[in-house]
Design a binder for this molecule. Sequence first.
Ligand SMILES: [Cu+2]
Length: 650
Amino acid sequence: MTTSFSLPRRRFVQGLALGGTALGLGLTPTQLFARQGQTGAPELRGNQFQLNIGAADVNLTGRNRPATLVNGSLPAPTLRWREGETVTLRVTNHLPETTSIHWHGLLLPFQMDGVPGLSFDGIAPGETFTYQFPLRQSGTYWYHSHSGFQEQSGLYGGLIIDPAEADPHTVDRDYAVVLSDWSDQDPKRIYATLKKLSHYYNFSERTLFDTLRDFREKGVVRTLKDRHMWNRMRMSETDLADVTGYTYSFLVNGHTPAANWQARFEPGERIKLRFINASAMTIFDLRIPGLDMTVVAMDGQPVKPVRFHECRLGVAETLDVIVEPKDHRAYTLFAQTIDRSGYARGTLTPDPSLSAEVPELDPVPLLGHREMGMGAMDHGAMGHDSGAMKTMDHSRMNHGGMDHGDMNHGDMSGGMNHGSMNHQGMSHGTQDGMDHSAMGHTNHDTNAAVPFAVSADNPDLPARQSATEHADSEYGPGVDMRAMSPVPMLDDPGIGLRDRDWKVLTYADLEYAHGLPDSTQPEREIVLHLTGNMERYMWSFNGIPFADAEPLELYHNERVRLTLVNDTMMHHPIHLHGLWSDLELGDGRLLRKHTLLVKPGEKLSYLVRADALGRWAYHCHLLYHMEAGMFREVRVVPRHQHHTDEESRS
Ligand SMILES: [Cu+2]
């Protein structure tokens, strides 16, 4: 299907844009849009498009609920482009509120990036904004609203850019598989509920039955101590997702599990599946029972092929896999949520009358010490054995042992069996004798150390001795925990996937397909801690929410290392607009991405070439975390402009 501008449509749109003629007839923008939306994403090919954003009802759960749609469909149409062409998209807003479209993962002039307040003013009701940019890349990406909660209510779609040259992986069939989360609740209400009662949607909190089982398995004393610890931290050990299957239905291309989206194949064919996690809040664990998958790209960028069986896909990540089913049978595309509160499901089948078994949801995984940022510590091995103690990196304990907000160390040593650790002995004085040089660079040991950004540049970027040191700003009301011992976890399949007897894909398995995407060494390092207060539902970088933060300045064309330390017990998919994030895998290897899923207690680093001037968004891609403050502006400025600013400030 190809879109083209038909003349009447053009006039109609102009009429709206040039003074709201239609509004003069007493019609609201909403009324000009179809009342009933369609589910399922049509594909639109070409380089010129008219996209109409409007509100309409969809029926996913048995009742009509309002949704935000593009051209009347949920998801929005899958757009198919070709590398090297210039695309023009006229986007008309039929909503009663401002809207926007952000092209996720694309390299483009920042004015075309679609973030209201940074790229442009947004698209006002009744107005048309024209996006136009050349396509400098190929692969699987997606697009979504960057205004309010419109993404949650349906404004997202797949984006496929075919390579200018022949694709090295020829296939017989090619499907976009857009995963998402849908709620019949108004997203504004979901957010308000989280602000009031952050555990509202978490129904996995442990029951009396679990307690009795733990008494049996762990013993009464240890159970009560563990429980006491979690209570003191005002957290739940099953807190893997803020918003869950209690309110969400999980969709494959706009289809609920019952509606069962189907893709056809003939046995012996090679099929490309382009998984796109277009959820607002949901991290999925993907597998196709009975079928091996071979990954060929992640986040649109080619990787060296790796065969695997299951993969965790963070919000906003994309994964291209090739499957080769040989048998005349159906296969289930199974994507259970990280908290096991539900699943998205589709079917790959040679015959529409066939379907395959849908696996049971796994048991709810429990957060452990690793998720608490104590990854390097093996509590069992600690005991009183001084040999084991020496293997721990005491230098990371520079804030007096575990620091979880209002917990005192007495409670920690009791609750976490740290009785054998002498916290007094770990005073700052003792640390001075320790080797600080070993800190902070463990996951990029083959790269030269670079200076940390200093606070002179930006009060938001504190000088640190190490990546794991906490800044003063991380001790405010917006932060209720800090990881003591964050570690690299690139080869860790992650919570709930560690005991699989099949291959779980990790970042450590992946590598950019064509050597190094950029071999330049970084000039400096910026450390950002991912921080939050779960109870108050406040999220931030370095304890500073967006509202209070200075932009993060990068100099044009500099290569910079960004190191992230996740001080929270949640996963955060961190996305930098407009610039590649080259994840450092160790041994100098890089994985080129646009969104990085950072595990609880994890420390990772990536290299960014600031080769696009302008104002870019940098944020957690969990929609409600972004709204709650885990967002920064990244400003790429010419070097001289930066110095001028400095002078005028002093
Ligand atoms: Cu987040």
